[in-house]
Ligand binder design. Sequence first.
Ligand SMILES: Nc1nc2c(c(=O)[nH]1)N[C@H]1C(S)=C(S)[C@@H](COP(=O)(O)OP(=O)(O)OC[C@H]3O[C@@H](n4cnc5c(N)ncnc54)[C@H](O)[C@@H]3O)O[C@H]1N2
Ligand code: MOO
Length: 395
Amino acid sequence: MIPIHEALQQVLKQRSTYGTEKISLLEAKGRFLAEDIFTDRDAPPFDRVMMDGIAIQHKDLDEPPAASYKVQGIQAAGSPQLSLQEETYCLEIMTGAILPHQADTIIPYEEVEIKEGRAYIQAAKLAKRFIHYKGSDSKKGELILSKGKKITAADIGLLATVGKSTVSVAKLPKVAIISTGDELVEVDQEPQAHQIRKSNAYTLWAGLMEEGITGKLYHINDDKEALRQSLAALLEEFDVLLLSGGVSKGKFDHIPEILHELGVKKIFHRVAQRPGKPFWFGAHQSLNTKVFAYPGNPVSTYVNHFYYFQQWLYASLGKDMALSRVELAQSIPSNPALALFVSVRLDPKSGAAKALNHNGSGDLFSLAQTEGFVLLPARGTDYMPGEKVDFLALK
Ligand SMILES: Nc1nc2c(c(=O)[nH]1)N[C@H]1C(S)=C(S)[C@@H](COP(=O)(O)OP(=O)(O)OC[C@H]3O[C@@H](n4cnc5c(N)ncnc54)[C@H](O)[C@@H]3O)O[C@H]1N2
Ligand code: MOO
């Protein structure tokens, strides 16, 4: 059994790189950029009109405008630039249109009355020009998104506006999710008294989805030959295997033995933590496949996955996954030998963490009430209110 910080170090040491790939803009949300992105033209690309109204020439805002202007025509958004022919003329103009030549000021319709081809100005003084000037947001060639950034929905809009219909991103590992256990049935099946429906595989699948990885689901029964055959093939096909169940001391917990037989080197088995103590981690040296074999209890699988795999993934993609920190709202008993992941809710006002009651790591239903886990390293003295600790937010 090794301490949690050593286990994490060993996991991070096994980070890999998977190269880069070009993908469609529509698939890029949540992925990590593998290229710097620059503006391809000034933003906005022309002096952009900000209000529906009329465009006039009016050099000094401190001077009152003329009482009326002759309407020369209409400048719509999407139409090429017109010119004001006379200082006493105006053009009706729409939001998003290019500012006409000679015009420098927009008066919104709310301050204008148009009658028989003339615009009568109702404001005594003009407060603003209502022009979004060319290049005022960003100049052509400016760096707007840096390599390594996780692409947000807002970034997708930026990429679209600078003409990136495809984008280069860090390639993700191919991941297989394997549940094991004869007691498990499919979600749409009616379990018998001694059976339960699979849940861990789906939690893991959804967790991967958050990172843009489409995991592939498998199930193998607690049968040595079936495990041997299936795992041998999966080790060849995938970069990462995520297993749940079959790693503690039961008569049918064959996973460590079979992985060893198949040439997966054990890096550690058992971590001084609760829940999730029987976590087994290894790597196949020649195939470079990483194996995260989580204990089957749902909360153990959850915590191990979002603590170890998630940090391994970010390290592999060249990113740090800094855990956030929270303050404890109450004292929590420590354990001198084990690091504890304690499920908590955060006080809506202070943000401080309060421990939740639950029935242990088999209690999947407690996760519905949980906002995350505080990580309390092993120590002899209890944790006190006000202490700051690492926080693993529920995904
Ligand atoms: N003698 C000992 N017994 C146990 C120890 C120990 O140290 N000595 N460790 C306990 C701890 S801690 C855990 S955690 C579990 C882990 O056991 P396994 O990894 O071998 O997992 P299983 O026995 O296969 O299953 C445990 C539990 O989880 C349920 N399960 C499994 N897979 C799924 C799934 N995909 N979806 C939903 N639920 C799943 C399974 O039905 C069991 O109830 O061992 C303790 N025992
Ligand atoms: O420590 Mo096990 O992973 O909780 O039941």
